[in-house]
Design a protein around this ligand. Structure first.
Ligand SMILES: CC(C)(O)[C@@H](O)C(=O)O
Ligand SMILES: [Mg+2]
Length: 612
């Protein structure tokens, strides 16, 4: 008899009660001999990235059954950051990551599940599932719901591509009429799927692919496209195969910690920097590595970001390309291929397909593959039909984008920039580091000096931006918005997008211990660590202090003397328990969020929970 993890709850006379209950869920004696595979779904009617997942869960369970396993589905919660954004709802977004990871652990361990297939999509769900898989370490595959098609609008006979960030920007643009604003709103998010740019959801789904835990195409193949159905069917078959390999043949190589090992994390980070992924990926990769007991930290990211160029430009860094265009250019394996040709990648890694990186590149890099079916898969295109139905269209581009000189993905020689898309800065303002998306800023902003305008909450900063209190040259500081201080480390898409709407995004800098949406662009520097609530120097900055940012040197400093800094610190310390607290902030913090704040660490550790 094969000893499955689930044998504990399916075998032995003493487990008659458990079996009785399994029977009531539809299982029989034959089923008790098979592995129980959790279909960890994240269907929700609240989120376009998840709206189409209900039927997909059923499809996956059915395929698992056909392949000799028992698929048991359960759901996780899913917060839509875009809806939670701009009000206190955003406080719940990052904490939901730990809630989801814990809820998966609870379900998997309580029912002694053998393996799982994670149907993820949006911002916190993929990271949470990644954390759970590395925490529990049973055979796991990721198949995400897929990206949304980009929106299209015709203005003055010119077709313009749109996404969520355009709608937010235009909503406060006084030069745009209500009617046009409404058209943007109606057209920007046309289909089911995760928002169409290289925002957080898509960045993370690309990274599960780069880590080796998802199939090629996972990060970029559209939710509406028929070919994505094949990813789910193949994923279901694969997870049964991996489960058997592990329990019957004792093959431990297929476990998440052995696939997503340190070398794989380094490769994923290289992809992230090459594609200018969401800055949130840094938080999530750090947290996931910690779950897998993998020694991978900010210093590793810093080292990688110094050598990797920017090879793939996608919204919000340009409005020319969205995920559908990244796919046409070969997706994640297109980027990996270019990184490999420049000699950057670690080769000693294997993925859920059982292939080495070299073998996978040979098969899936559009510049190398001989396979017509794989080239066809990368020609999957948007249909331009507004729908919430997955797999509902089968349109294809006539050609692939294999133009590595002028296309969406570039070779090293024709890189968008030799500077990577993400950069870590250190200095007296962020002793443990902070991060920005260099992919979305022009070189003339690489050196920026200006006076600080300090706000102790996102709300106050937004108010100042919208009421003309910010002028060109200012450095906006938004503090006490870190994981502990918020609590919950809000995403600040509204202030950064409002700066864009009033034409100040290329004339100001914004620095925060909070975080940003993947849709944020401009000189937006987040994750300042230690955060203000953890006594970071950001808590000591005053209005008018000069801030010096130098991306070439990777530094960020407030230009005050050490003596002055010490003086301010001792004044803050004297306030005792009233020190390191926001001023003029009227925010209700619920008990559950307060509890979260007691354990959460600063962003440089991935905002993981630890005893503070
Ligand atoms: C709503 C968005 C654009 O998805 C954002 O939450 C992100 O982080 O990318
Ligand atoms: Mg987000």
């Amino acid at each position: 008899m094969i000893k499955y993890r689930s044998s504990k709850v399916t075998h032995g006379r003493n487990m008659a009660g458990a079996r009785s209950l399994w029977r009531a869920t539809g299982m029989n004696d034959e089923d008790f001999k098979k592995p129980i595979i959790a279909v960890v779904n994240s269907f929700s009617e609240f989120v376009p990235g998840h709206i189409h997942l209900r039927e997909i869960g059923k499809l996956v369970s059915k395929e698992i059954k056909k392949s000799g396993g028992i698929g048991k589905e359960f759901n996780t919660i899913a917060i839509d950051d875009g809806i939670a954004m701009g009000h206190s709802g955003m406080l719940y977004s990052l904490p939901s990551r730990e809630l989801i990871a814990d809820s998966i652990e609870y379900m998997i361990n309580a029912h002694c599940v053998d393996a799982m297939i994670c149907i993820s999509n949006c911002d916190k769900i993929t990271p949470a599932m990644l954390m759970a898989s590395l925490r529990i370490n049973i055979p796991t595959i990721f198949v995400s719901g897929g990206p949304m098609e980009s929106g299209k609008i015709v203005i003055n006979q010119k077709k313009i591509k749109l996404d969520l960030v355009d709608v937010i920007a235009h909503s406060v643009n006084p030069n745009i009429s209500n009617d046009v604003s409404k058209d943007f709103e109606k057209l920007a998010c046309p289909t089911c799927g995760s928002c169409s740019g290289m925002f957080t959801a898509n960045s993370m789904n690309c990274l599960t692919e780069a880590l080796g835990l998802a199939q090629p195409g996972n990060g970029s193949l559209l939710a509406t496209h028929y070919d994505r159905k094949k990813l789910f069917i193949k994923g279901a078959k694969k997870i049964v195969q991996l489960t058997k390999l592990f329990y019957e043949e004792k093959n431990v190589d297929i476990l998440p910690r052995n696939i997503a090992n340190k070398l794989a994390f380094e490769n994923a980070m290289m992809v992230d920097i090459a594609m200018g992924g969401s800055t949130n990926t840094v938080l999530h990769l750090l947290a996931a590595a910690n779950e897998g007991k993998i020694c991978f930290n900010m210093q590793d990211i810093d080292k990688i970001s110094k050598k990797i160029p920017h090879l793939c430009k996608v919204s919000p860094s340009t409005n020319k390309y969205h995920m559908e265009d990244v796919h046409r250019a070969g997706g994640v394996f297109g980027i990996l291929g270019e990184l490999d040709r420049s000699g950057f990648l670690n080769h000693n890694v294997k993925n859920i397909l059982g292939l080495t990186l070299k073998e996978t590149l040979k098969k899936y890099d559009i510049m190398l593959t001989k396979s017509k079916s794989i080239k066809k898969m990368f020609r999957a295109s948007p249909a331009g039909i507004s729908t919430t139905r997955p797999f509902s269209q089968n349109f294809r581009w006539k050609t692939l984008d294999n133009d590595r000189k002028n296309g969406c993905i570039r070779s090293y020689k024709y890189a968008f920039s030799k500077y990577g898309g993400l950069t870590i800065l250190y200095g007296n303002l962020a002793k443990n580091g902070c991060i920005l998306k260099t992919a979305s800023i022009k070189k003339n902003l690489f050196i920026f000096n200006g006076p600080a305008k300090v706000y102790d909450s996102q709300e106050n900063a937004v108010d100042a931006i919208l009421h003309g209190k910010i002028v060109a040259g200012d450095v906006i500081i938004i503090r006490y918005e870190g994981p502990k201080g918020g609590p919950g480390m809000q995403e600040m898409l509204y202030p950064t997008t409002y700066l864009k709407s009033i034409g100040l995004n290329e004339k100001c800098a914004l620095i925060t211990d909070g975080r940003f949406s993947g849709g944020t662009s401009g000189l937006s520097i987040g994750h300042v660590s230690p955060e203000a609530s953890n006594k970071g120097n950001i808590s000591l900055i005053k209005n008018g202090d000069l801030i010096d940012i130098n991306i070439f040197k990777r530094t960020i400093n407030v230009l005050i003397t050490k003596k002055e800094m010490n003086k301010r610190r001792s004044l803050e310390e004297k306030k005792g328990r009233y020190g390191y607290q926001p001023c003029m902030r009227n925010r209700k913090v619920s008990f559950s969020l307060y509890n979260y704040s007691l354990f959460v660490s600063s962003a440089d550790k991935g905002a993981i929970r630890e005893k503070n």
